[in-house]
Ligand binder design. Structure first.
Ligand SMILES: [Zn+2]
Length: 231
């Protein structure tokens, strides 16, 4: 899963406005951020096998540190604790939300991956394989993303036109990214795929950092579906 991971991001932000949006952007992809770094360093392994699923050509045969169930739980707890310690004023409740956001990655991956997600270390691999059903997998990604974005959209309002149209453009760009991931040419190398993913995760977190300054929690009773800035 790729853009669908950002559904829980926006939903969490709609739920708890104190957590920075860019933090949630990185939280839901934290397992993949470290997967990218570990693949670049040769600690975790992937090979490109076109056709291994109908949409995703990655044979993810060794990723026990980031995508095992026990590993994912540890990353989630660690992220929640680190967030709580760094932002003490937010309290442990918001740290828990960050932890749940991190763990949501594994649950959503479970739906789409072929059985390559280990329950423990590198064994007992699971995955429901929705990647083999392109239309359904694509609809799920977009459905999750736009479901979360809708909640965020309703709970916030734009202070500039950028905060309004930026959100719409972001949605379109995310659909395009998902289409390229699913239906574009397979990556030429494992490390190339990891580097591209890593750059994308931080670029999108940068967009979130910008977007959050252009939208504020909704105060009035305006129809926020209209693309009109508050000021
Ligand atoms: Zn993943």
């Amino acid at each position: 899963m790729f853009v669908g991971h950002y559904g829980p991001t926006f939903a969490a932000k709609a739920l708890q406005k104190r957590i920075p949006l860019w933090v949630l952007f990185l939280a839901v992809q934290l397992l993949d951020v470290f997967w990218s770094i570990f693949v670049i360093l040769g600690i975790e392994k992937v090979r490109i096998v076109p056709g291994i699923t109908a949409t995703n050509p990655l044979d993810l045969y060794y990723m026990p540190y980031t995508h095992s169930l026990d590993g994912a739980l540890l990353w989630a707890v660690a992220a929640g604790v680190v967030y709580s310690l760094v932002r003490r004023a937010d309290g442990w409740g918001n740290g828990a939300i960050v932890g749940v956001a991190v763990f949501s990655h594994w649950i959503l991956d479970l739906i789409v991956h072929r059985p390559d997600l280990p329950l423990y270390d590198n064994s007992m691999k699971v995955g429901l394989g929705l990647w083999n059903h392109p239309a359904a997998a694509f609809a799920l990604e977009i459905g999750f993303l736009f479901g979360g974005m809708y909640l965020y959209w309703r709970r916030t309002e734009a202070v500039t036109r950028g905060g309004c149209y930026g959100m719409l453009i972001f949605g379109v760009v995310m659909i395009a990214i998902q289409a390229v991931v699913f239906f574009g040419e397979p990556p030429t190398s494992d490390r190339g795929a990891a580097i591209t993913a890593l750059v994308l995760y931080f670029a999108l977190a940068g967009v979130a950092f910008w977007l959050e300054k252009k939208r504020v929690p909704q105060t009035g009773h305006r129809d926020v579906l209209l693309c009109e800035p508050a000021n």
